[in-house]
Ligand binder design. Structure first.
Ligand code: ADP
Ligand code: ADP
Length: 224
């Protein structure tokens, strides 16, 4: 059973203008339920574009996006935003935590935006922070945390609303090799515990090898 089905995705920028660039040319990717897939691509190949389309942040020119069996292509902007907030978690190379809020608040805020009562949101945030080993830093602002701790908090934020699908773009790419290795282990454990389906872009073949399957994006198409 598929959690994510991207089929025949075509996407270009500046369509019809001199600066037109076609990035995706019929890309097809499936992530099964509970599967963790590595997306490996050279820089500029369209990895971020593909992840944004998969995560309902951007719309393909052609092709279909199915999330948990539901066709997303025809949705209104509002319905797409709602589906994204409730069903997709994002992790980036840089944590993008809100600097003026504590680690805990950074994990609470997306839940409040999703209609979760405050006490329940805080309990869930504490549980998530505990599971990734940063419970002791809950009341600190991001700037007070190490790079690895910041990414762990970003993982908790991505999982805060219990998404069905996790999309990650070089989730440990900003960390030194030893920290990257360790923090990636934390992420994989969290994903496995929650039974999440994930598409994780990385240049690191060692990390790719720790996932269930590797797909490669090149010339706008996906292999493997
Ligand atoms: P990757 O994540 O693999 O590095 P991207 O998906 O960010 O690749 O970008 C793929 C290509 O599309 C690049 O050539 C990039 O310059 C171009 N591109 C990305 N976003 C835009 C945009 N908003 N307008 C024009 N070109 C873009
Ligand atoms: P909020 O509920 O705070 O308004 P959004 O619905 O805008 O959040 O975003 C939901 C998720 O999508 C968040 O994880 C956010 O980081 C991500 N996101 C939103 N807009 C963008 C964007 N332009 N590029 C990358 N990620 C984005």
């Amino acid at each position: 059973d598929a959690m994510l089905e991207l089929s025949g995705i075509t996407k270009g920028y500046n369509r019809g203008k001199p600066a037109e660039v076609v990035v995706l040319r019929g890309a097809t990717v499936t992530v099964a339920k509970g599967e963790v897939v590595a997306l490996v691509a050279p820089s500029g190949a369209g990895k971020s574009t593909l992840l944004h389309i998969a995560g309902l942040l951007d719309v393909a020119d052609e092709g279909t996006v199915r999330l948990d069996g539901r066709e997303m292509s025809g949705l209104s902007d509002r319905a797409r935003t709602e589906a994204r907030r409730a069903e997709v978690g994002f992790i980036y190379q840089f944590h993008h935590l809100l600097p003026e809020f504590s680690a805990l608040e950074n994990v609470v805020i997306p839940q409040l935006a999703n209609g979760v009562p405050k006490a329940q949101a805080e309990a869930r945030a504490r549980d998530l922070l505990d599971r990734v080993g940063v419970a002791a830093r809950a009341d600190h602002r991001p700037a007070a945390l190490s790079g690895g701790e910041q990414q762990r908090v970003a993982f908790c934020r991505a999982l805060a609303n219990g998404p069905k699908l996790l999309l990650a773009d070089e989730p440990t790419g900003n960390l030194d090799p030893a920290t990257s290795d360790q923090v990636f282990g934390v992420l994989m454990a969290l994903v496995r515990e929650t039974g999440l389906s994930a598409l994780i872009a990385t240049h690191n073949m060692e990390l790719a090898g720790r996932m269930d399957r590797v797909v490669r994006l090149a010339q706008g198409r996906v292999e493997g």
